[in-house]
Design a protein around this ligand. Structure first.
Ligand SMILES: *Cc1c(COP(=O)(O)O)cnc(C)c1O
Length: 344
């Protein structure tokens, strides 16, 4: 059966055009700085983000880990939102690899503000760890793809400057925040010292992320990446897919957002489904099905039987994600199947 696959925007497969770009990529030893395709990708991403330099890494988790390790010392503290990807879905790498403690703040739809963060900052003393880094996530995955508003990001950046701290932006889906708001990638990125972006989510590449920042930060990150085992050789072969994705697949994210909006509005109208349309701002929709009398895993199992794949994220909540391998027509089919599952 050919499924409508709404589990994640990571499920996309490279298109024939992308594979052609990969097959024809010029390559070299990237650990020696010799891969022209990687260099072109890094240059392009640095330009888009308005940073001095960028560095290609194998995954978003490694990107965040490199940024945290390069900007902290063991025993220091980082501040982030409670449901941030860096503390929930990266196997505690900040603690395990960088040796930092995480101070998490309850946000609203993933957003934390300057005034919430300020009282949580700590000066290094005989008893306390010093706060070194503030991490923000845009768009926010667990909150349902919500956009971290530019004005809030600016507030955090100015606080960090006043206190001599650094800001890291987990921008795995910063592309989506840009398309959802019209705010440029570089305006968002200007609010952070380090940024990580993913090519393997909505942009549709099979692998890879970049981190970006000052030249000094990237010099340091090259060593950290090597320490983590992320130095790669003729990696232009996959960087070509990322370059193709950045050049061709950013603007089309608008289509994914339209499809997500459609799914959200249809789902919200179904009896027993609880869904906050306010949180549907990009390509992710999270909704509660407890009112249908079924648990989320029961619903997703039945939905799968009819041909739609989705992930339960708790006993009552389901997440669906739109991406370039899902058409509007398929979204309509998914809704039809969902109505059958819950008897609507
Ligand atoms: C996907 C994602 C990452 C990185 O995940 P990988 O699977 O390691 O590439 C980081 N942050 C957010 C917000 C994500 O959604």
């Amino acid at each position: 059966m050919e499924y409508v696959d709404l589990r994640s925007d990571t499920v996309t497969k490279p298109t024939p055009e992308m594979r052609k770009a990969m097959a024809e990529a010029e390559v070299g030893d990237d650990v020696l700085g010799d891969d022209p395709t990687v260099n072109r990708l890094q240059q392009k991403v640095a330009e888009l983000l308005g940073k001095e330099a960028a560095l290609y890494v194998p995954s978003g988790s490694m990107g965040n880990a490199v940024c945290i390790r390069a900007q902290t010392r063991p025993g220091e503290e980082i501040v982030t939102e409670r449901f941030a990807h860096v503390v929930n879905y990266e196997v505690a790498n900040a603690a395990a690899i960088s040796g930092v403690q995480t101070n998490t703040i309850d946000g609203t739809n993933g957003i934390i503000t300057r005034s919430q963060i300020e009282p949580c900052l700590r000066m290094e003393s005989l008893h306390t760890p010093g706060t070194r880094l503030i991490c923000v996530e845009n768009t926010h995955n667990r909150a349902g793809g919500t956009v971290f508003p530019l004005v809030e990001m600016k507030g955090i950046k100015s606080l960090a400057e006043e206190k001599g701290l650094r800001v890291h932006l987990d921008g795995a889906r910063l592309w989506n925040a840009h398309i959802a708001t019209g705010v440029s990638l570089s305006d968002f990125a200007a609010c952070a010292d380090s940024v990580s972006v993913c090519f393997s989510k909505g942009l549709g590449a099979p692998i890879g992320s970049c981190v970006a920042g000052s030249r000094e930060f990237i010099e340091k990150s090259i060593r950290v990446r090597k320490m983590f085992g992320g130095g790669m050789r003729q990696v232009g072969i996959i960087a070509a897919a990322a370059l193709y994705a950045v050049e061709n697949n950013i603007e089309r994210l608008a289509e994914d957002h339209t499809n997500a909006r459609y799914l959200a509005e249809e789902l919200a109208a179904i009896d027993g489904v609880e869904l906050d349309l306010e949180t549907v701002q990009s390509n992710i929709v999270i909704f509660d099905v407890s009112g249908t009398g079924k648990t989320a895993p029961e619903v997703t199992e039945k939905w799968q039987g009819l041909g739609t794949l989705a992930l339960p994220i708790s006993t009552s909540k389901i997440r669906v994600v739109t991406h370039l391998d899902v058409t509007f027509e398929q979204c309509k089919q998914a809704i039809k199947m969902f109505k059958e599952v819950v008897g609507a």
